[in-house]
Design a protein around this ligand. Structure first.
Ligand code: 5GP
Ligand code: ZN
Length: 113
């Protein structure tokens, strides 16, 4: 755990979050500033700064699998959903702990901004 990392502190239970799913490798919780009716963040329990810093394929796979499960369990399997991983400044990454956004519940424009 990184003492100064926001998402490590959420994983540790030091900062409250609305957890919607979890397993031994990752947790999923609602984004504090939702951009769609469903907006959940899936993060590995272990600290990894970004997707490009990730070295554990099983961990990254677990994040993607839980993201899909969250969308399915929320009822968006048919209608569809989007996952997003922002990596670095141009992509707008603001929290340096790998996280996958799960967005659903409205039409999602493409290309993204
Ligand atoms: P990024 O911009 O790095 O891809 O995404 C970071 C996300 O974390 C943003 O969507 C932001 O709303 C969310 N966020 C920032 N601080 C908190 C917090 O304290 N709790 C929760 N649940 N989400 C947060
Ligand atoms: Zn962290």
């Amino acid at each position: 755990m990184s003492e100064t990392c926001l998402f490590c502190r959420i994983v540790a239970g030091e900062i409250p979050a609305q957890i919607v799913a979890q397993n031994d490798q990752c947790i999923a919780f609602r984004d504090v500033a939702p951009q769609a009716p469903l907006h959940v963040l899936v993060v590995p329990r272990a600290h990894v700064a970004s997707l490009s810093a990730g070295e554990d394929a099983a961990m990254i796979g677990a994040v993607a699998m839980l993201a899909a499960q969250v969308a399915r369990d929320a009822g968006y399997a048919e209608r569809g959903f989007r996952t997003v991983v922002n990596d670095g400044p141009d992509a707008g990454q603001t929290v340096s702990h790998l996280h996958m956004h799960v967005l659903a519940g409205r039409p999602l424009a493409w290309p993204p901004g």
